[in-house]
Every structure is written in C-alpha cells, then in structure tokens.
Write a protein that binds this ligand. Structure first.
Ligand code: SAH
Ligand code: MG
Length: 209
C-alpha cells in the first residue's frame, strides 16, 4: 500500500485496526470485476475509506462512501463509543462529515472517494449500480444490519466481494448482527469465504442473486 496513504489511514480517527485495514485494502485490490465501483456503508471519519480509496486509485475505480454522519447507536451520548468533540454544538447531534472530508482531502483522494450523505435505507431503495465490492460497516443493530444485507448485497456482481466488519463468532467478543448477516450470506449459497483477519470477513459472490 502507498506509504503516505497507509500513514493517512492509520492516523485517521475511527474503528479499523491496521491489520484489518490492510486486509480490506488487499481484498479491494484483488477484485476481478472490471471498472465497477465499490461502496462502503459506514464511513465515520473516513478511516476505512482511505484503505479502500488506496485500492480505488490503483484499480482506477470510484469508492462511494455512504453514511448519514449522525453516528450509530453506540456513538450516541452515554454509549461506549461516543466521542463528544464530534457533536455539532449548534444542533446537539453528532456530525462526522467535516472530519470525513478533511481525512479524504488530506489523503488526496477527493477524486476517488465520493461521499453519499444519507440514510442507507433511503439511498439503497434507489440504487441500481453493480458493485465490484460492498463493505458493510454501518449500523450494527439487528434491524439496520439485516436491512443493509437485504438491500445492498444484490448489487454485488458475480465474482465481486462482500466484506463485512465486526463479525464475532463468539458472542463474548461483540454483537451478533454482523455475524448473522455473514452467516446469511454463506447460507444463501451465493457467497464463499475468501479470507478473514480479525473481525473482517471477505466473501466472494459465486452466483447471481
Ligand atoms: N468504517 C468506519 C467506522 C464506521 S462506524 C471506520 O473505518 O472507522 C459506523 C458508521 O455507520 C457511523 O458513522 C454511522 O453514522 C453510520 N451509520 C449507521 N447506521 C447508518 C444508516 N442507517 N445509514 C447510514 N449510515 C449509518
Ligand atoms: Mg466496524
């Protein structure tokens, strides 16, 4: 990975350990599906978008980075992953879009990484572009995770990749929904597992939905 992008990714705020970020980058680099774009659900401050964006540069494709930038449940005040300085004081709500833009600007990725600012459900209902890679790292509650799976995975092209973050087979390590949608993908018979690093799972679509 380009050393300056690797440094930018590691310096960015967010929730992507370096080894999993590198695995994400390498998966994105190896997708055999031509010029189709990639899309991530859940960008926060842009950390994973820099790993994926680095691969987008090398593959000459675009990454759509989808987030409403209001934070997940666990990012809200009183929850474990709340960062108070990310609250917009004028409205009293989380706003990670300014930091996301700064991260992507400073990494020099503004022509590769396109922010889609909105609710995954709303954007997903209108989406009809085939994807070479889909990265699911948005809402981790049962409803949002299963909905993201249902709405977005049909857009992954055959031979394209579905990458899911925060997959914890042991309930002691974390929440169930990302693990559940990982199981759903495998149970559908349309995906096979290609790799796993930490809580990151890389699946390849082998047949059409
Ligand atoms: N990939 C990021 C971490 C993502 S955290 C990193 O590398 O650091 C999860 C993100 O999902 C949050 O920013 C939150 O705003 C977003 N999110 C949660 N539910 C969403 C929804 N329904 N629609 C759009 N974005 C959502
Ligand atoms: Mg995550």
């Amino acid at each position: 990975m380009d050393p300056s992008l690797k440094q930018a990714a590691e310096a960015a705020r967010g929730f992507m350990p370096p080894d999993e970020g590198l695995a994400l980058y390498e998966a994105a680099l190896g997708v055999p599906v031509g010029g189709a774009p990639m899309l991530e659900i859940g960008s926060y401050c842009g950390k994973s978008a820099v790993y994926l964006g680095a691969a987008a540069v090398e593959r000459d494709v675009v990454l759509f980075a989808l987030d409403h930038h209001r934070g997940s449940e666990e990012n809200q005040p009183g929850w474990e992953w709340h960062e108070p300085d990310l609250v917009d004081p004028a409205i009293g709500r989380l706003d990670t879009l300014p930091l996301f833009r700064r991260t992507i600007h400073d990494a020099g990725l503004e022509d590769r990484v396109v922010a889609l600012v909105g609710e995954s459900l709303v954007v997903g209902r209108h989406w009809n572009i085939g994807l070479s890679l889909l990265f699911i790292d948005g809402g981790h509650g049962s409803e949002p995770a299963h909905r993201d799976f249902e709405l977005w995975t049909p857009h992954v092209r055959v031979d394209g990749l579905l990458v899911i973050h925060d997959v914890f087979p042991d309930p002691a390590d974390g929440g169930r929904p990302p693990f559940e949608i990982y199981c759903r993908a495998l149970d559908s018979g349309q995906f096979v597992e290609e790799g796993a690093v930490g809580s990151l799972r890389v699946l390849r679509r082998t047949s059409a939905p």
